[in-house]
Write a new protein. Structure first.
Length: 438
């Protein structure tokens, strides 16, 4: 499809989105983001959860005004909900008390379209997305894939110029998602969709390469466009084509490149500035064992590993990053490679594994040592988790702070560095440790 380069649908320049936090620095979600969206293209925003992709989608829709930057719709400044834009959500967002047709007609009703035209256009949209005959059904009577088709019909019925899709297939099973994704691309290529362009948010690398003409790969904390990639393959695309597989592999490499290490002076702060993933020690052990054994023998290609484990990038990367953080593995250009410490852990017996884990935890997660130090200083050997949560929230979102604290609690308990009282939300020492202190 031809691009109308003279008249972009959307332009975003120097976009920044931050949220003010009292008594601490602002939390920056997006920083210096540029985006141009032309007619006739599908663009994917690809990145980890929390990288600001959905926030950018809301800014493009006009539902959220950025803290700073310039946002334009067809060359004009955007000052509210953009005309000619519709959105499809991950959660379907259907009204359970309305039929399929009534749900689809909602947008037209809001626009003041007369009843006869509403019925005609909703019937066309329902037939287009493959739900003919289900006009009078209620959402509870439909499968997840059918409900998402209703959400798609509701967006298309208003004949938008731009369709925004926020992880529209992530709540569906693999086969249903594949069918709906394929049907959507077929309709797009056959020019049956009343659309000029599609902007889709995803964390699924294969989905981005299967659907998009361009991919913007986001980095996190704060969200920035780290890379812009043009997808050179014609539709329909073959996911087993070597060139396709290579592009997927290259994107894994981009998303796993190591960030620069903090300066020595900042090391003491990394426990409060770096979000941790609440990955269980069982999963850590299991992945190390998997990497150590055949067919990987200490080195695995991430796309192949993800396929073997049936993991998506948002499932596998937190595991790989946790192994890297603890010194058990290294993420390098799309590969996960066991370190000598990781191999030693894989070979060790249960008690020896705990000892190795404790050494790595103490050496690589300063927050654990900070918690233990406070406990040791207190006469009652107790410390409130609220204190540490507050300090974490000075450096990250409340969601990340909660995940980081959960990770530290789980790992510290396993390593027997401290105990944790869930009801009192307090860290403490094991009884025998308290007796030794006394």
């Amino acid at each position: 499809m031809d691009q109308n380069v003279s008249q972009p649908l959307v332009t975003v320049r120097n976009c920044r989105q931050s949220y003010h936090k009292e008594a601490s620095a602002d939390l920056v979600v997006l920083d210096d983001v540029d985006l141009t969206l032309h007619e006739g293209e599908i663009v994917a925003l690809l990145g980890r959860s929390g990288s600001g992709k959905s926030t950018l989608l809301r800014i493009v829709s006009g539902l959220l005004k950025p803290t700073s930057g310039d946002v334009r719709w067809r060359g004009e400044p955007l000052r509210g909900p953009a005309p000619g834009v519709a959105m499809v959500f991950q959660s379907f967002a259907l009204f359970p008390w309305l039929t399929v047709q009534e749900n689809v007609e909602l947008g037209l009703e809001a626009l003041g379209v007369k009843k006869d035209e509403r019925e005609e256009r909703s019937e066309e949209a329902i037939d287009l997305i493959g739900l003919g005959g289900y006009d009078t059904a209620y959402p509870k009577e439909l499968s997840g894939g059918m409900r998402q088709r209703v959400g798609l019909a509701r967006a298309l019925v208003v004949h938008p110029d731009l369709l925004l899709m926020d992880e529209p297939f992530s709540a569906l099973d693999v086969l249903t998602a594949e069918t709906l994704r394929t049907d959507l691309i077929d309709l797009w290529m056959e020019k049956k969709l009343p659309l000029k362009s599609i902007l889709i948010v995803t964390h699924n690398i294969e989905e981005a390469v299967l659907m998009a003409d361009r991919i913007l790969v986001f980095s996190s904390n704060p969200g920035r466009v780290a890379h812009e990639l043009k997808v050179p393959f014609a539709h329909p695309r073959n996911r087993f084509d070597p060139a396709f597989r290579q592009m997927v592999d290259d994107i894994y490499g981009i998303m796993t490149r190591r960030a620069p290490k903090p300066a020595p002076a900042a090391t003491a702060r990394t426990g409060f500035a770096t979000p941790l993933h609440p990955v269980s020690t069982n999963l850590i052990s299991g992945l190390i064992e998997t990497l150590y054994g055949a067919p990987y023998h200490g080195r695995a290609d991430l796309p192949a590993l993800a396929a073997a484990l049936q993991y998506e990038v948002d499932d596998l990367l937190p595991l790989g990053e946790t192994l890297q953080l603890l010194g058990f593995a290294v993420l390098e250009e799309g590969d996960l490679i066991l370190t000598e410490t990781g191999k030693k852990f894989a070979d060790a017996e249960t008690e020896d594994r705990k000892e190795i884990f404790t050494e790595q935890l103490r050496a690589n997660v300063p927050l654990v040592n900070a918690i233990r130090a406070v406990i040791d200083q207190r006469s009652n050997h107790r410390a409130s988790a609220v204190r540490f949560r507050d300090e974490l929230e000075d450096n990250m979102s409340p969601e990340y702070a909660d995940e980081t604290l959960r990770a530290v609690i789980s790992w510290g308990r396993y390593a027997e560095i401290f105990e944790y009282d869930e009801e009192a939300q307090q860290f403490g020492l094991e009884e025998e440790d308290e007796e030794e202190e006394a």
